[in-house]
Design a protein around this ligand. Structure first.
Ligand code: NAP
Length: 243
């Protein structure tokens, strides 16, 4: 049986992606770091709608945790494989570069970029054999496309994720695995709740922040059979903020 794995699925954009992808009827594996109550809530909503879900907590930035979690999942699911992977987990640790600590730099890069590497390398083993195919969708950011002041760490990690998306797409295309990215602008989640929303909204041609569901819709399309000939692409979801 095929499964969907979404990292950072307990809150925000990842939560919306879990709920949307569960509509496919495939079971959803909800990864998160520590917020079990929020992840349980997402699982409950999926089940209430007639879908299937399970929790798989691990820190994407810690290779040993990624390997241990996937080992345990595979042992419980000898006949199953992950056919859709959404690399969504990410954090912000904003600071101007001359004040930025080693920790702020490494935490952000470790989560968005190294997390993508550890998990995707591992999950490709599910997709590559016998040309089973698969879908990988990476959640990058407007910051990775245009660069944002105060976010050299985050912009670097998200820009690197775009480069990796394009390179990996070409590596695995012959195996019917597609690799794409979405690049949200300002989306209403915990990550943006402390920003000066009223001021920032004025910068957006649509005059509002996006909703997590608006990102999830694009991810669901890229994860679908309909998107079978799209790979190495980055879709901006930003209300016209940067085109
Ligand atoms: P959020 O509301 O802060 O949620 C973050 C999610 O990631 C939570 O589920 C959290 O789990 C999980 N997470 C964080 N670090 C993790 C780790 N090391 N291992 C596993 N899970 C981890 O963030 P969001 O706004 O939904 O952002 C989701 C993605 O979209 C991120 O990659 C972010 O960079 C990107 N993005 C967001 C925006 C925006 O405006 N919000 C714009 C562009 C891109 P816990 O609940 O356990 O803490």
């Amino acid at each position: 049986m095929k499964y969907i794995l979404v990292t950072g699925g307990s809150r925000g954009i990842g939560r919306a992606i879990c709920l949307k992808l569960a509509e496919t009827g495939l079971p959803v594996i909800i990864n998160y770091q520590s917020n079990t109550a929020a992840a349980e809530e997402v699982k409950g909503l999926i089940e209430a709608a007639g879908g299937q879900a399970e929790l798989l907590p691990f820190d994407v930035a810690k290779q040993e945790q990624v390997e241990a979690a996937l080992d345990a999942w595979e042992a419980r699911h000898p006949e199953d494989y992950i056919s859709v992977l959404v690399n969504n987990a990410g954090i912000r640790r904003d600071n101007v570069m001359f004040m930025m600590s080693d920790e702020e730099w490494h935490q952000v890069v470790d989560t968005s970029l190294n997390g993508f590497f550890y998990l995707t390398r591992r999950v490709l083993k599910h997709m590559m054999p016998r040309r089973r195919g698969g879908r990988i969708v990476n959640v990058t950011s407007l910051s990775g496309l245009k660069g944002m002041p105060g976010q050299t760490n985050y912009s670097a990690a998200k820009a690197a994720l775009i480069g990796a998306t394009k390179a990996l797409a070409q590596e695995v295309a012959a195996r019917s695995v597609t690799v794409n990215a979405v690049a949200p602008g300002f989306i209403e989640t915990d990550m943006t709740k402390e920003l000066p929303v009223e001021e920032l909204k004025k910068l957006v041609p649509m005059q509002r922040f996006g909703r997590p569901e608006e990102v999830a819709a694009a991810v669901a399309f890229l994860a679908s059979d309909e998107a079978s000939y799209i790979t190495g692409e980055v879709i901006s979801i930003n209300g016209g903020l940067y085109t």
